[in-house]
Design a protein around this ligand. Structure first.
Ligand code: AHR
Length: 521
């Protein structure tokens, strides 16, 4: 095996120390070596890999994004103004809605027309609270426009019909000349919404219908048959893929699909944890973070399976739901809604591990949506209770910010001498990815250890870095978080980096995510 053999580092779980010539990597305690192969391209990092997901669940939509037009919380037509400001700054390429499990229980007609006339229903998936349908298609599209995101609808397969999905498409996308287009205009939007992305059901192996893979593919074919182009816009249809890396599901689904047209294929992969968000021990943290090498393996294996059916990669692989899912605190859920989860330095590191994987596997992925946008699971914003006035940017928000410079750049191959400790911590102690465009090389490094600072000495091959700057997100406490009283505890700060002789050196303290931007000669 040689250093340049493609794919070695792409499985983050593998430690390369034993595979590398000593002259390249001589290890010292707390020191790591890395190589950026700026001339070995992996693929474009689609901005869509930094997309989000918002469900009618807990206080994600109601009390999070949507406060209502008469709320004392500053808002734009009922949409929380602070959320709009923060999300605009972050940049949200695509936003998936309305679920999640909620999607296969949702009937879009309930959410259009005058708010006072909209029916009330019960959100049976998430706590049985009353869903007043105040936030429907028009409100969601307005929110997307305010934050600059492209909408992605998850259509109801489990309790819906092909006609219901087809009519939703016509309502959204037909410019004029049909009753549904006129209804949309009468409801305030003469211009079509131009919704391109459509999920055909959600988790049809579970809450979406408990179907088999074969039945899911048959349902897909049936629904897709009636998914027409309206206003010249052909819908991009996403079929329901597996829970985690379930290869039997993908084989069963793809065999039954039998080459029928499908644009995207969506898998879900959560990183479960067994303690409440702010009570993590290092052991519990490593148990959770150890899932990330499996996320990378799942992406590689699922893409590989798809390639067997789709060698030209016309089908895009989606990671429609991902992120840390901690043990919920009953008090938090009671106060703030189901699956309300505070984010800590641990969560920020988890986000960094995930986003580094997406960079390294950029050639295999089409879109990834962190679950979820506000208040629920690995949220980038939290508010204090339904309708709460405070809106805080979480640690995960800042991790996403550190990866923003990679968007639309070309991912390039990287190597490290990162080492895995003994179980239960199988995670390599340094996670790395890099991208290049024009005169810039961007490198993101994550130190996921709670007790080991390191110096990284990184050689850049293929180009010569002239100068650089770095930013870091770091707190030595794995449970550090941005509270309503101290919203700026964990934020991005400038960080020193030394650039000379075709390499850079940077200190990476325990529990940190850092981005180095190099200008090349
Ligand atoms: O994100 C929370 C839930 O997790 C979603 O509703 C479902 O799709 C998944 O199981």
């Amino acid at each position: 095996m040689t250093l340049t053999r493609r794919g070695l580092i792409q499985t983050a779980a593998a430690s390369l120390t034993s595979l590398l010539p000593r002259s390249v990597f001589s290890q010292g305690a707390g020191n790591r070596k890395a190589v950026i192969h700026a001339d070995q391209e992996i693929g474009i990092i689609r901005p869509e890999l930094h997309s989000h997901f918002a469900e009618h669940l807990g206080s994600c939509v109601y009390g999070g994004i949507w406060v209502g037009k008469n709320s004392p919380v500053p808002n734009i037509n009922g949409i929380r103004r602070a959320a709009v400001d923060h999300l605009k700054e972050l940049g949200v390429p695509v936003l998936r809605w309305p679920g999640g499990c909620f999607a296969d229980d949702y009937h879009w007609r309930d959410g259009i027309g005058p708010a006072v006339k909209r029916p009330k229903s019960v959100n049976t998936n998430w706590g049985g609270y009353t869903e007043d349908n105040g936030f429907g298609t028009h409100e969601f599209v307005e929110f997307c426009r305010l934050i600059g995101a492209e909408p992605y609808f998850a259509a109801n397969v489990g309790s819906g019909s092909p006609q219901e999905m087809r009519d939703w498409m016509e309502y959204c996308n037909q410019p004029s000349g049909s009753s549904l287009a006129e209804e949309r205009a009468a409801n305030g939007s003469p211009e079509p919404f131009k919704v391109r992305y459509w999920g055909v059901g959600n988790e049809l192996w579970g809450c979406g219908g408990n179907f088999t893979a074969q039945r899911t593919a048959e349902e897909y074919r049936h629904f897709a048959t009636f998914a027409r182009a309206f206003g010249g816009l052909r819908p991009y249809l996403v079929g329901c893929g597996p829970n985690g890396n379930n290869v039997q599901w993908t084989r069963g689904f793809m065999d039954t699909l039998a080459g029928y047209r499908m644009d995207g294929y969506s898998m879900h992969f959560y990183s479960n944890g067994n303690l409440p968000p702010l009570e993590y021990t290092p052991e519990a943290m490593y148990t959770q973070l150890n899932s990330f090498p499996r996320v990378e393996q799942a992406i590689v294996q699922q893409r590989n399976l798809l390639d067997g059916y789709d060698p030209n990669r016309r089908i895009g692989l989606f990671l429609d739901e991902w992120g840390v899912w901690d043990r919920m605190s009953a008090d938090d859920e009671k106060r703030n809604g189901r699956l309300w989860q505070q984010e800590s330095m641990r969560s920020a590191v988890a986000a960094g591990l995930g986003l580094n994987i997406f960079n390294r596997q950029a050639d295999k992925l089409y879109m990834c949506n962190i679950a979820q946008m506000v208040n629920v699971l690995q949220a980038v914003l939290i508010t204090d209770g339904p309708g709460g006035r405070n809106c805080v940017r979480t640690t995960s928000y800042y991790s996403f910010m550190l990866f923003k410079p990679h968007r639309a750049k070309t991912s390039v191959r990287t190597e490290t001498d990162a080492a895995s400790a003994s179980p239960p911590n199988q995670l390599p102690d340094l996670s790395l990815s890099a991208s290049r465009q024009g005169g810039d090389v961007v490198v993101t490094l994550v130190n996921p250890r709670h007790n080991a600072d390191m110096q990284v000495d990184c050689e850049v091959r293929g180009v010569t870095p002239r100068q650089g700057r770095a930013e870091i997100l770091h707190d030595p406490d794995i449970n550090a978080y941005n509270s309503f009283d101290n919203p700026n505890r964990v934020i991005i700060r400038p960080h020193p980096v030394a650039v000379e002789n075709g390499r850079f050196r940077v200190a990476l303290p325990a529990m940190s995510v850092a981005t180095v931007t190099l200008q090349i000669a």
